[in-house]
Ligand binder design. Structure first.
Ligand code: PBG
Length: 430
């Protein structure tokens, strides 16, 4: 295990991991006659030990030879029992300058002096429960590696996907989001496959819900995987992405996903007014309990490159700048957030993650709603590539990047590292 104590200490699974059993018991060894010096004692036994020690009255004192009163009298008479001396000051290397200590009344390093102190004052925690695991699915039987995303696959919806979900659940990740690779032959300019009740996504949701009824399934609501133009909306002759007509399709898509059993539908298209329209469409069909996670501040980012390769969903022409936000803009995120809140979004999402920590913090401070961050494909692939080339420690950079997203204000994180990071947090080797 290469994780630092910081991450171990915050893991909610093995609750005593990282705390040394021996020294913990040692604190109480003077009230117990039980010899524990060199044995590691299981947690349950240890609890008994502590309870017994505090409930056992003065029975043990007799065995040690002196009563409390006799001990106190001995000390009062100047007959003080021995304890180890304070260890000598550790030596500095030869050549260290001899100086007067700086006269500081605040030395912040005191609160970082040891793993236990650092764990005590750690402000941010991260747990597998914070992760949403994005999974790529396709119609095939085999799992196909994605070249630009080492460790990620287009999973066969019937086999590979189910196994991957089982692995994730085993380490506490019980939320996934599905991204389909749609056969070229089913793509059209209006993306109608998006609301086929027997399409890849609804079919997969039904299969997963049958196997794992308590799995939280998020879906992506946008036309790009289904669009022959590779855009998130319907493209007019002159290249304009048509807003309201697209929203009409997205509503049908969201309802179809909800009908199949989706828990959270997540519009990632950035059309205006889609959250309110989807809310109304869901409610009209009786899906009052299906949540909406809105991609509130989704930027027109080059960090999505590997994802588009994974789904073969690059726009056939142009870019997505007329609907996704300008990476130079900060205040504009507030306009989107206000609209999404007013329209009934349950969760606000910022995307990408690490380059946009200021936007995560902005929404965290300005909205009471839960905030999601999406650590996107390009962020994942850069860390993977750096690790493969041995330029960085992949596992440590992974955990740090996720912790930073939490610190900036993200409640949940969509990350391709979900399984790897949760495995790490649970203290297991891969
Ligand atoms: C499309 C969508 C994209 C991502 C999630 N949903 C790509 C895009 O907007 O072009 C990107 C995710 C990633 O890069 O990991 N609606």
């Amino acid at each position: 295990m290469a994780t630092t104590p910081i991450f171990n200490a915050s893991c909610s699974f093995p609750s005593t991991r990282g705390i040394d059993c021996k020294s913990y018991i040692g604190l109480r060894s003077n009230v117990s006659k039980v010899s524990i010096a060199s044995t590691r004692i299981a947690t349950s036994q240890r609890r008994n030990l502590i309870i017994r020690a505090s409930e056992s009255g003065n029975g043990h004192a007799k065995k040690l030879g002196m009563s409390d009163a006799e001990c106190e009298a001995a000390v009062a008479a100047g007959n003080v029992p021995e304890a180890p001396p304070v260890p000598p000051k550790p030596a500095a290397p030869i050549g260290t300058p001899r100086i007067q200590p700086l006269n500081l009344n605040r030395r912040p390093r005191r609160n970082r002096a040891s793993p236990a102190v650092r764990a005590a004052f750690q402000e941010t925690d991260i747990s597998p429960a914070n992760f949403v695991y994005p999974l790529f699915i396709h119609e095939g039987e085999e799992d196909t590696p994605i070249g630009a995303m080492p460790g990620c696959y287009r999973l066969g919806w019937r086999h590979g996907l189910v196994q991957e979900v089982a692995k994730a659940r085993a380490v506490g990740v019980n939320s996934i989001v599905l991204f389909p690779k749609v056969p070229e032959a089913l793509k059209t300019p209006t993306g109608d496959e998006a609301y086929n009740d027997n399409g890849l996504v609804p079919r997969t949701i039904r299969l997963l819900k049958d196997k794992y009824p308590d799995l939280i399934i998020y879906t992506d609501v946008a036309l790009d995987p289904y669009s022959s133009d590779g855009h998130d909306g319907i493209v007019r002759e002159d290249g304009v992405i048509m807003n309201d007509e697209t929203v009409h399709q997205l509503c049908k898509q969201a309802v179809s996903q909800a009908r199949a059993g989706a828990d959270v539908v997540s519009p990632s298209d950035m059309m205006d007014g889609r959250v309110g329209a989807i809310r109304a469409a869901l409610d009209a069909e009786g899906f009052q309990n299906v949540s909406i996670m809105s991609y509130t501040a989704k930027y027109a980012s080059s960090f999505y490159g590997p994802f588009r390769e994974a789904l073969d969903s690059n726009p056939r022409f142009g870019d997505k700048k007329t609907y996704q936000m300008n990476p130079a803009n900060y205040r504009e995120a507030l306009i989107e957030a206000r609209e999404d809140e007013a329209e009934g979004a349950d969760i606000l999402l910022v995307k990408p993650g690490l380059p946009y920590l200021d936007i995560i913090r902005l929404l965290r401070d300005k909205s009471p709603l839960p905030i999601a961050a999406y650590q996107v494909s390009g962020e994942y692939s850069m860390i993977k590539a750096g690790g493969v080339l041995k330029m960085i420690d992949e596992e440590k950079v992974m955990m740090e990047s996720l912790m930073c997203l939490r610190r900036a204000g993200a409640d949940i994180i969509l990350t391709y590292f979900a399984l790897q990071a949760a495995t790490c947090l649970c203290g297991e080797k891969r």
